[in-house]
Write a protein that binds this ligand. Sequence first.
Ligand SMILES: [Zn+2]
Length: 202
Amino acid sequence: MQRIFLISTSPEEYARQGVNFEFPVPDACPNPECLIPIPPKKHGFYERNCLDFTYRGRILIRRYYCPYCGKTISYLPSFCLPYYQYSLAVINLVITNQINSNMSYAQILRQFREHYSDLHMGMQHIEFYLLRFLMNLHAIQIGLRQFLPDIAFPDFGLDIKRGAKKILHIVKDGFGQIHTFSQRFFEQCKRSFLSPLQNILA
Ligand SMILES: [Zn+2]
């Protein structure tokens, strides 16, 4: 299973520290079907890519193993999203520039080419992230209700862009940083706010 832990360290610094980074140490197995109050054992690392404004390259992901239930648990830093190579900050910039600032896809692409050309962001990425976000809007709203039960959620009907803007606003007001929202959403809903929709049923 995967967990996301909140981290204020930049991807660059996280990568620099490598195995010496102070990774979270669970004091019990986080598998909901196990939860044995015995710390899982360290189980090495795996490498993955991280494409961020400050760093582009491999990072280490800490793994643990619970001998009681046999589950492997990996700890993803909150600047990453499961299955995405681009960092959360990069993806968030695409989403907010389109939804909040009404930039066109072409303008966003130009912005990346002019300012962050090393990221090699393509039009297909931009389209994909926006679509993923919009497709998850309803699931995000359901998730948000669990954190913010007193908030009146917009009935945005067919105006999905307007709804998306309001959801981003609620996220910002309720959580401040997108990292905090992403981490808490993942822990609460057992999926990322940008995961494929069929995961809801899994
Ligand atoms: Zn276990």
